[in-house]
Design a binder for this molecule. Structure first.
Ligand code: FAD
Ligand code: DLZ
Ligand code: SF4
Length: 520
């Protein structure tokens, strides 16, 4: 039997991967930079730089440990510029009959690999708490399934934050202590800055040369590209931000992109950190009195609960999940999602932060850019491709359920029990944007009215048949129905007029996506 080629993808940079741990001594490990992975959506240049630089560092660290590594650089003459053909070329080159690869994070790649036949051997991605098999078993036969049930099961199974079979602190969830709005005197810690070494500098030139039309700037690049840097980000979060994580989890700031969030998702998703070590570090901070239980439980829930849950749902429901569009949303993306040029302050700041950092925190994604797209009827395909492109942490297994399911309610309530639609009132309560906005958040109609307000009612009216019987929406439909007819009509007209004033890209497939992008 000949030696195997082991293909490591750009989001599989973990030495403890089963496929590496079980590698025979003579195996060739291959990492391949390819143009196609940079272009299937127009990824933010910071995301590309992060992945390529982290791949280069990872290859070096494997070589240092004695592995035989082949690295295909993006500018190599013989590079076939697509993952599967490039790996097959390398297998020929090294005389390998078998190509081993860890289960990829996106359906499109899995389908390509499976279509290649028996030469390719898939290994389990052993970096999660819950295997796909365990998730399927959990789901089997359940009529009702919600993240909270899954999360409690995972707490019991792993023993995380459990004592004598009971949740520590006597509760599963401490959200009533969490989700406070922004306070003026809050002083979130500054993120640690990572030095750009020679490898990252050289990679930056490659990214500038090959992906210069993509939305987003490289100037503020500050992502961890090595495990050592990722561990330092983790330590910084635990020491300086975790204690306030829960309390201000839902707050939005006009000038602080990070607040008390960890910004660890990219390191987790590309494999520089393992979810287990991140949760263990948070729990240790609680045990040693550095962080309160509401913060630590809230943080662990995001990773042990949401992160694992959306992955299970993605693989359980694909490929059909991506086609779901239960609200029949048909619009393209508002064109200002690529330029940030809007007078709506909350949106403008979320888009500018996205452009500058390839990052926006959860509530900006869900309740600002996501909520706006939901209210405007942007199609899941258009919005999902945008989120997949613009965030450094975006891989389809986690992006798609969050966007299509949680944000757009396009799966009809499979992931979330009600749409996360909100008027300007929510954004005003949780942020300091409105006082700096040209619109008035208190007005629903008229020239200065906050567009979120009329769009909100317009959305509810449009989807009345689908949503009105939802127990959690009854109260709000009650308020709408109590309004005078003239007032309701004026609100609907206001929303229609606003929608007409926006420029939406052509419906998905014919717009900017197909033509290439302008840098904002
Ligand atoms: P923190 O707020 O510090 O949370 C800690 C960790 O919990 C995160 O690092 C992440 O690993 C995990 N987490 C938190 N919320 C979620 C969630 N809803 N689903 C899965 N994991 C979660 N997350 C991604 O990792 N990749 C994506 O492509 C992605 N796309 C999203 C798209 C939309 C429309 C929305 C609403 C959310 C999306 N999320 C995505 C979830 C969440 O917004 C990010 O994980 C989070 O903002 C990352 O920042 P952080 O590391 O500072 O997170
Ligand atoms: C996102 C990305 C980019 C931009 N470039 C590469 C690459 O050149 N080589 C590679 O192996 N992976 C890259 N990736 C990550 C892959 O797209 C990712 O592994 C799949 O989307 C599966 O999650
Ligand atoms: Fe956003 Fe409306 Fe507030 Fe302006 S007034 S910041 S548009 S919520």
């Amino acid at each position: 039997m000949s030696r195997p080629l082991i293909l490591i993808l750009g989001d599989q940079l973990t030495e403890s991967l089963e496929v590496i741990a079980q590698a025979p001594e003579d195996a060739v490990i291959a990492l391949c930079e390819v143009q196609q992975e940079g272009e299937y959506v127009p990824h933010h240049p910071q995301k590309i730089l992060l992945i390529l630089s982290a791949m280069r560092h990872f290859a070096d660290s494997l070589r240092d440990k004695g592995y035989q590594v082949h690295y295909s650089g993006l500018e190599d003459d013989d590079n076939l510029q697509a993952l599967i053909p490039e790996a097959e070329r390398l297998a020929e080159l090294y005389g390998c009959d078998e190509i081993r690869v860890t289960h990829p994070g996106e359906w499109r790649l899995l389908a390509q690999i499976q279509a290649r036949g028996t030469r390719w051997r898939l290994h389990e991605d052993n970096r999660f708490y819950c295997s796909l098999e365990e998730f399927d078993t959990w789901l089997e036969g359940r009529r009702r399934f919600r993240m909270e049930d899954f999360y409690r099961g995972m707490r019991k199974r792993t023993g995380l934050l459990m004592e004598n079979g009971e949740p520590v602190g006597g509760q599963w969830n401490f959200d009533h202590d969490n989700r406070q709005p922004l306070k003026d005197d809050l002083a979130p810690p500054a993120a640690p800055r990572h030095r750009m070494d020679e490898t990252t500098q050289a990679t930056k030139t490659v990214v500038e040369t090959h992906f210069d039309t993509h939305f987003g700037t490289l100037d503020g690049f500050n992502w961890a590209v090595t495990r050592r840097q990722a561990l330092s980000d983790l330590r910084h979060f635990i020491d300086h931000a975790l204690a306030n994580f829960g309390t201000y989890q839902d707050a939005i700031s006009d000038n602080e992109p990070l607040l008390f969030h960890s910004r660890l998702s990219a390191s987790l998703n590309i494999g520089l950190l393992l979810p287990q070590e991140v949760c263990d570090a948070a729990i240790e901070a609680w045990r040693s009195g550095k962080a309160p239980i509401n913060a630590v439980e809230g943080f662990v829930r995001q990773i042990l609960g949401w992160r694992e849950y959306v992955r299970g749902i993605y693989w359980q429901r694909m490929p059909g999940y991506k086609q779901e569009n239960r609200l029949n949303a048909r619009r393209g993306l508002p064109d200002f999602y690529w330029s940030g040029k809007t007078e709506m302050r909350c949106l403008r700041r979320a888009l500018e932060m996205t452009r500058d950092n390839a990052y926006a925190h959860h509530i900006q994604r869900l309740m600002v850019t996501g909520n706006f797209a939901l209210l405007c009827g942007v199609s899941p395909a258009a919005l999902c491709d945008w989120y997949l492109a613009v965030y450094a942490d975006a891989f389809e297994w986690v992006e798609l359920p969050n966007t299509l399911g949680m944000t757009l309610y396009a799966d009809g309530g499979y992931l979330g029990s009600k749409p996360y639609c909100a008027s300007g009132k929510y954004i005003d309560r949780m942020s300091d944007h409105c006082r700096q906005c040209r619109y008035d958040v208190k007005q629903v109609t008229g020239e200065h009215a906050c567009p979120f307000n009329s769009l909100y009612w317009h959305f509810l009216e449009k989807h009345r048949d689908r949503l009105r019987d939802n127990q959690r929406m009854k109260l709000i439909y009650g308020s709408w129905d109590k309004m005078h007819d003239d007032k309701r009509q004026a609100i609907l007209d206001q929303a229609e007029q606003f929608l007409r004033s926006l420029k939406f890209e052509a419906p998905y497939g014919q717009g900017a996506h197909a033509q290439g992008y302008q840098r904002a």
